[in-house]
Design a protein around this ligand. Structure first.
Ligand code: SAJ
Length: 406
């Protein structure tokens, strides 16, 4: 039996995939409401294909509990929050989960940490925690790091088809765990050391952050001389060894905008490129504000409440708003005492900011400038509705001509 700890965005789909492949799984979370809801057959977040997967896993006997189970294999997918001020990772939930596992586990149990951890976390926090309790790592208990790589919006497909990494001190035990994951993962699974696993995860997200920063810098250069950045990137990407990503209103989410800071925090003298990329991406909401100001001036619109931000999520077709560019932009406006801009997102069903509309038509009726912040399908299907307004399209999704770009 596998006990999966933490039933959030990563833990739950992973638990369901194992259960679907016929393995006995118990999912544990300390949030009793969440566990009750899952026991009642109700999902706690939306994700493509999750509903069917949930049904299949239920019929395969997946169970949910607030209790840690006595068993041999644990997967830890608890949050690893990022401390905004210090730019460091807070390992408190991982440490507490490791301790709770130690309280109940069988001798020789394997603890696989899937949560993103900054490079060195296993050596710095997790090993000492285990040793302090008198356990010998490698005998009483094994520790592994198998970072997740799935992308919200395409999680189920990616769980099955993305290559995985397993970082371990002991390749023999690592290979057994590789066998376990291959029950649902059809792609290659690499067994490596823990430090490389920790580092490669953060490096993957940093690579993407730098690539997006490059695209964003190109957008700014293109703006000053009226060039079409999308056409330039599209053309450059025809080269077989060039693959530039897309500019946008900023980088959000809990991963790409966060992980590079771990490297900057630990190697401040060696991370010029990484830090610069972070700064460029963080500067994009300000760039969008400058574009809004340009459009307001051009059309002699003086009232900020005539501006509507479409999209609060950090990217298309998800309801996740963590570190979203729209929230970053609103924060910046707040700093400048500029209040009253209107906001709408069809995926965000709770009111989380001021002047947030729950109805698209009401939102549209109140504004003269629409700022497309996220490329939800909803807006792609509503082009007719928006095209009579002044539109600032930061995601390059609008299909009509008279549109302002980044
Ligand atoms: N973005 C751009 N331009 C682009 C692509 C993305 O501005 O060309 C923006 C998005 O709008 C969004 C942000 O970047 O605000 C991040 O979105 P994303 O879709 O690129 O990535 P995440 O944060 O949802 O997921 C990433 C993925 N990592 C990589 O692709 C290397 C995912 O595989 C990881 O599992 C996840 O981080 C994680 O948990 O670390």
């Amino acid at each position: 039996m596998i006990n999966i700890i933490g039933l959030g965005y990563i833990g739950l789909p992973t638990a369901l995939m194992f259960a679907k492949s016929g393995i006995k799984v118990v999912g544990t979370d300390y949030d009793a409401n969440l566990v009750n809801s899952l026991q009642d057959g109700k999902l706690t977040f939306e994700e493509e294909g999750l509903e069917e997967l949930f049904k299949e896993s239920l019929s395969n006997g997946v169970e949910f509990s607030t209790e840690y189970q006595k068993t041999h294999t644990y997967i830890l997918a608890v949050p690893t929050p990022f401390i905004k001020e210090s730019k460091k990772l807070d390992p408190k939930y991982v440490i507490s989960a490791v301790n709770s596992v130690l309280d109940v586990c069988e001798k020789g149990a394997v603890m696989i940490i899937e949560s993103t951890i900054s490079p060195g976390t296993t050596d710095k926090y997790i090993r000492p925690e285990i040793e302090k309790r008198g356990y010998v790592i490698g005998e009483d208990v094994h520790v592994m790091h198998a970072p997740e790589r799935i992308i919200p919006g395409n999680m189920i497909y990616e769980l099955e088809n993305n290559a995985r990494t397993i970082g371990t001190d002991d390749p023999e035990v690592g290979n057994k765990i590789k066998g376990l994951y291959s029950n649902f993962c059809k792609a290659e699974i690499i067994v490596t050391d823990i430090r490389s696993a920790e580092m490669s995860k953060v490096v993957e997200n940093t690579y993407r952050d730098i690539n997006i920063a490059f695209a964003n810098e190109l957008a700014k250069i293109s703006r000053t001389d009226n060039m079409d950045v999308y056409e330039i990137i599209r053309t450059a990407n025809m080269h077989p060894r060039v693959n530039i990503m897309q500019p946008g209103p900023g980088v959000g989410g809990h991963c790409i905008s966060v992980d590079p800071w771990f490297l900057v925090g630990d190697y401040p003298d060696l991370t010029n490129l990484i830090l610069t990329a972070r700064k460029i991406n963080d500067s994009m909401p300000r760039h969008v504000l400058g574009r809004i100001r340009d459009i307001m001036r051009k059309h002699d619109i003086k009232d900020i409440s005539k501006v509507g931000l479409y999209g609060l999520a950090y990217k298309e077709n998800v309801d996740d708003t963590r570190e979203s560019p729209t929230l970053q932009l609103l924060e910046r406006m707040d700093d400048h005492l500029a209040f009253g801009v209107k906001v709408f997102d069809p995926f965000v069903k709770e009111r989380i900011v001021d002047h947030q509309f729950m109805n698209f038509e009401d939102f549209m009726n109140e504004i003269e400038i629409v700022v497309v912040m996220v490329g939800h399908d909803h807006i792609k299907n509503n082009m007719d509705f928006i095209k009579d307004k002044h539109v600032l399209d930061t995601k390059n999704i609008c299909t009509f001509d008279s549109v302002y770009k980044l």
